[in-house]
Design a protein around this ligand. Structure first.
Ligand code: FE2
Ligand code: FE2
Length: 130
């Protein structure tokens, strides 16, 4: 069962950001599904790596937009991105060293982090972009 379903309440009103977020949640669901279906740690690890890469790319796109418009909240917003990447990398390292119990924690953590970040931080950015 999918961990998360996209709903309009998550739209920030910006096409590129919404598109990225939908894809991110789809990847979190894939990761969660792979784990639930008891896929091997090699498969789960690969899905997780792709998820982390896409997250970094998405953050990079938002940050480029912020710089383009000289966004006043750039530093605070980027600090949230950087912190998430640090925390996920730590979880990912734990997973790589054999702690497969971490998978549930990782998917829930990412889902909850994204929900909060989108509703609070990305919404402000989208408003500034529009
Ligand atoms: Fe963001
Ligand atoms: Fe975002």
């Amino acid at each position: 069962m999918a961990l998360f379903t996209w709903g309009d309440e998550l739209s920030v009103g910006n096409t590129f950001i919404d598109g990225d977020h939908k894809k991110l949640f789809a990847m979190i669901n894939s990761f969660h599904d792979a784990m639930e279906q008891g896929r091997g740690s090699e498969v789960v690890g690969k899905v997780l790596r792709n998820l982390v890469i896409y997250t970094q790319e998405h953050f990079g796109r938002e940050e480029a937009e912020m710089q383009r418009i000289s966004y006043p909240r750039y530093s605070a917003h980027k600090a949230e991105h950087d912190k998430l990447i640090r925390e996920v990398t730590e979880l990912q390292n734990g997973f790589a060293s054999g702690n497969t119990l971490l998978t549930v924690k990782i998917s829930l953590f990412l889902r909850d982090w994204l929900l909060t970040h989108i509703k609070q931080t990305d919404k402000l950015l989208a408003a500034a972009l529009n």
